[in-house]
Design a protein around this ligand. Sequence first.
Ligand code: AHR
Length: 499
Amino acid sequence: MLKATVILDRDYEIGPVDPRLFGGFAEHLGRHIYEGIYEPGHPTADEQGMRQDVIGLVRELNMPVMRYPGGNFVSGYDWKDGVGPHDQRPVRLDLAWKSTEPNTFGTNEFVNWCRKVGAEPLLAVNLGTGGPQEARELVEYCNHPGGSAWSDLRRAHGYEKPHDVKLWCLGNEMDGPWQMGYKTAAEYGRIACETAKLMKWTDPGIELVACGSSGRTMPTFGAWELEVLQHVFDHVEYLSIHTYFGNADGDTPGFLAKPDAMDDFIEETVALCDAAAARRKSPRRIMLSFDEWNVWYHSHGPRPEPWLTAPHMLEDVYTFEDALCVGGMLISLINHADRVKIACLAQVVNVIGAIMTEAGGPAWRQTIFHPFAQASANGRGIVLRAIVRSPVYDAKERQEVPYLKTAAVVHPDTGELVLFCLNRSLDEPLAVEVDLRAFAPLQVAEWSALRHDNLKAANTAENPAAVAPAEHRGATVDQGRLSAVLPEASWNVLRLREI
Ligand code: AHR
């Protein structure tokens, strides 16, 4: 049997998890907004047209932050189209996704929805076709108490109190040629800097995210960060990074190794941020906002005919192995809690979504819902630096991949220790022994395992619980050592509590 050992010491801390690590992303794309979160006439719709079945599921994911309205969509979006009386809002062509945008859902509806799901809004401004003026006007509309044209317009729209939106993204993926208003690093750095100044002069209490690279394989990765940070270093708190993984060639061992490239991407981007700091002899540290991450590949291919409203697109039906990959990505995020302060699962409903809906019908949990919900529920504490010795395998694009991928979070208030463990062996169980030195005596309170005999199993409207976590037994703690045999191809959450 494969055997791995882990050493955990209560004093070896990576740092506290910022709850915003478990955020989401909602874009005007396909059926995310319309038929996803907003569907007046749906049997569960509330008085504002929001689907309460979806609200319930998003609350289960417990996402403290929600990014909106894009994504690629934001780079052609005029926020003024989405506020005010519904019958006066223009219908627009969205060039990002070749769809027709009715604008019946906009900033105010989004903020309302955020309050219902318990999330703080993270609003992106348009730095593609838009610029500093529109961006700062949106800050004034949302956050200024009143007595100015834009804040009084908000009040006239029925929102007397400011929305108090604290977090803002300076555009989206501006390094990508697919982006409306795509820019060189120097062009983006300049406009981001000027936009940041105006936005913070309008409301000094806000925090800003500048665009980093939209992927580690971007040809400009590295050079982009250094140039952009030259311009915005003193004006922003966070730099964004984005990653999507897929298994298009059916190479599951290679697919499950991919989260380790997320570790590399984070560490390289941190190095770039710190190089920018060193260059100006600054003790300031730019933190990361991993504001798009997920598995995305099932829906690559032909797109729907253009100019439909809320077309079915990017509706990946996730499999069990996708959930394992997402579990690995969550472990990567947790293990970098010292520098990744915000992360957004991209996306939440229907569009590469953790939740799927049918128009007029049910909503259900996709496979990837489960590792996310479990990490969000159990991963908020202090992350420990685990010393892992695991047998390894060679994947096509990566050598010496440890079968065991793990993160450990201790909860100081309760003394509880939570281990997230991924066994990447497809055919062998993995015996794990954890040396719990310097912990008070612990016992296993719960072991939840996500596993399935079929790597391609999926949840559907007809069978929504085909893939779901189940209680697992057999873990013991003896003389400060935890022993557990992780089933082959499994995601595991082990909760240990003080005796
Ligand atoms: O999440 C889907 C798309 O992926 C987003 O609109 C874009 O930012 C990224 O390329």
